[in-house]
Design a protein around this ligand. Structure first.
Ligand SMILES: C=C(O[C@@H]1C=C(C(=O)O)C=C[C@H]1O)C(=O)O
Length: 456
C-alpha cells in the first residue's frame, strides 16, 4: 500500500488482506463541515463547481458529492486492495479531528474510491502502471441532499475555523472545454474479432464449464484537445439522470448499476442484467413493446437471475434480513433498457460492516463476471484479451462511519496520463442462448453514453 501525502508515503508492499497498516503520522486530518446556501437547481449544479484537475464526483439527479484537491491518497494493490484501503482509512480517521454541523450521509470526512476489476492483473493499464485500488480524500467536498447543501474542508494539520466563501469562488476556474475532434479505434481486440471471443464463451458454457460469463471490449479515443473531465461529467449528469455520474482518479462514467449503498443500517443494491437496445428516435410505444419483450425473454431472465442470486448470496452473511424481488422491473435509459432488481437488506447490527467491506464481498457480481465466479473470472482472464483495469470494479465513496455508496464502473472510460487519450469499455453477459453478433451490437449500445459524452 502507498499513501500520499498523509500519512507519510510508504513503499508499495503488494500487501494482502490482514497486513498491518503502516504507522500513521501524528499530524491529524482536520475536517470541518458547515451548511451553505442552496445551489441552483438542476442535475449539473454540483459538477459545475468542479475545477478541471482531478475532479471527484458521485452525483445523481443533482444530489451527491463533488470534491477536489487531495488531502490524502491511499493506493493499494493485489488481492488485499479493499482490506488495505479500509484499514488505512480507519487508521486515518482514528487521528482525525472532526466538526460536522450537518450530520447527514456524506458529511464529515469522506474518501472517494476506485478499484480494479481483477486482483490478478499486472496493474499495467494501457498507458502505464496504476494502483489497483485508490481512496482519495479531497481537500474540499460540496454535497447536496434534497434541500440541504454543505461544504466540507479537509486539511492535514489545519484548523477548525469555518471555511470562508472563497473556497467556492470559481472566478479562477478554467472554462470547460470540449475535446474537439475525436477519433475512435478498437482497443485490445478488434470489434470484428470480438464475436469469436463471445462464441468461445458460449462454447465453454455449452460444454458445461460454467453457466454465465461477462465478456468485455474496449475502444480507444484520441482527441484533438486535452480531455476536460468536466465536459464529460456535465453531459453525463445532464442526460443520464437515473445513473450515478462518477469521477475518481481518472475513472469517469455514468453507471446505472449500484453495487451497494449502506446507510444507517439499511443496505440497497440495484442489480442489472439482461439488456435490449433502444435506438435513437424510438417512440415511447415502441420502447414499451421492447420493454415487454425484454421482460419475457427467457435468455435475459436467466442472465438476470444469476446476477441477483450472486448479490443475495454475498450480502447474506452481513445482514439480518433481506428482500429479494420475485421479478425484475425494466429500467429505461436513453441508450438501452435493462432488467433491474433492487435488493434491500438490514445490516446485522452486531457487525455493522462498512460499505467498503460490503463492496469487497459483492465484487465481482455475476452481472459483470459470471457464474460460478471463479470459473468465469478465469475464463475472462483466458479469453477476453484485455486488461479491464478499473472498468467493472467498484467506484464510489465511503464516510467516517463506514456508510457510503459504491457503483460498478460501467458505461465508463479511463482517462490516460496523456490527456488526449481515453479508453472506453463495454461488456455483455453471455449465457448458453447468446448470439455473438447480437452481443457485439449490445456492446456498441453500451458504448453510446461515453462516445456521446466525448461529443463523438
Ligand atoms: C458489463 C456491462 O453491463 C452489465 C451487463 C448487462 C447485460 O449483459 O445485460 C447489463 C448491465 C450490466 O450489469 C457493461 O455495461 O459494460
Amino acid at each position: 500500500m502507498s499513501a500520499t501525502p498523509y500519512p507519510a508515503p510508504v513503499p508499495s508492499s503488494g500487501a494482502s488482506a490482514g497486513t498491518p497498516s503502516p504507522a500513521v503520522e501524528p499530524r491529524p486530518l482536520v475536517v470541518r463541515t458547515t451548511r451553505i446556501d442552496p445551489l441552483p437547481g438542476g442535475p449539473t449544479a454540483l459538477v459545475d463547481l468542479l475545477p478541471d484537475t482531478r475532479p471527484l464526483t458521485w452525483v445523481r439527479r443533482g444530489d451527491g458529492l463533488v470534491g477536489w484537491g487531495e488531502a490524502l491518497r491511499l493506493d493499494t494493490f493485489g488481492p488485499g486492495r479493499f482490506a488495505d484501503a479500509e484499514e488505512a482509512w480507519r487508521a486515518t480517521l482514528a487521528h482525525a479531528v472532526v466538526r460536522d454541523e450537518v450530520g447527514l450521509p456524506g458529511t464529515g470526512p469522506v474518501a472517494f474510491g476506485t478499484f480494479a476489476f481483477d486482483d490478478g492483473g499486472t496493474g499495467e493499464s494501457f498507458d502505464g502502471a496504476r494502483p489497483q485500488g485508490s481512496l482519495v480524500v479531497p481537500r474540499v467536498v460540496v454535497g447536496r441532499r434534497g434541500r440541504v447543501t454543505w461544504l466540507t474542508t479537509i486539511s492535514p494539520g489545519g484548523t477548525l475555523d469555518a471555511p470562508g466563501a472563497a473556497v467556492l469562488d470559481r472566478t479562477d476556474r478554467a472554462p470547460v472545454t470540449s475535446p474537439g475532434r475525436v477519433e475512435m479505434r478498437d482497443g485490445a481486440v478488434d470489434a470484428r474479432d470480438w464475436p469469436e471471443v463471445v462464441a468461445e464463451g458460449i462454447a465453454r458454457i455449452r460444454a458445461g464449464e460454467l453457466e454465465k460469463v461477462v465478456l468485455a471490449r474496449d475502444v480507444v479515443a484520441t482527441t484533438e484537445r486535452p480531455v476536460d473531465p468536466r465536459w464529460l461529467l456535465g453531459r453525463l449528469a445532464e442526460s443520464y439522470t437515473s445513473c450515478w455520474t462518477f469521477s475518481v482518479a481518472g475513472m469517469v462514467g455514468a453507471t446505472p448499476e449500484l453495487l451497494v449503498r449502506s446507510e444507517k443500517g439499511l443496505v440497497t443494491s440495484r442489480v442489472l442484467a439482461g439488456t435490449i437496445r433502444r435506438e435513437a428516435g424510438m417512440s415511447d410505444d415502441d420502447a414499451l413493446l421492447h420493454a415487454a419483450q425484454l421482460a419475457r425473454s427467457s435468455k435475459d431472465l436467466e442472465e438476470h437471475e444469476f446476477a441477483v442470486s450472486s448479490v443475495a448470496r454475498a450480502l447474506e452473511p452481513f445482514c439480518s434480513s433481506m428482500n429479494v424481488p420475485d421479478a425484475p422491473f425494466v429500467l429505461h435509459l436513453p441508450n438501452v433498457m435493462h432488467l433491474a432488481s433492487d435488493v434491500t437488506a438490514v445490516l446485522d447490527p452486531g457487525a455493522r460492516s462498512s460499505s467498503l467491506t460490503l463492496a469487497a464481498a459483492l465484487h465481482p457480481s455475476a452481472a459483470v463476471c459470471g457464474t460460478p465466479t471463479v470459473a468465469a473470472r478465469d475464463l475472462i482472464r483466458e479469453i477476453e484479451g484485455m486488461d479491464r483495469s478499473r472498468y467493472a470494479g467498484p467506484v464510489g465513496w465511503v464516510g467516517a462511519d463506514g456508510d457510503g455508496e459504491w457503483g460498478i464502473a460501467l458505461r465508463s472510460a479511463e482517462l490516460a496520463d496523456d490527456p488526449h487519450h481515453v479508453r472506453l469499455f463495454a461488456g455483455c453477459g453471455i449465457v448458453a442462448a447468446s448470439d455473438p453478433a447480437a452481443e457485439l451490437a449490445e456492446s456498441e449500445a453500451k458504448l453510446v453514453p461515453m462516445r456521446w459524452a466525448l461529443g463523438g
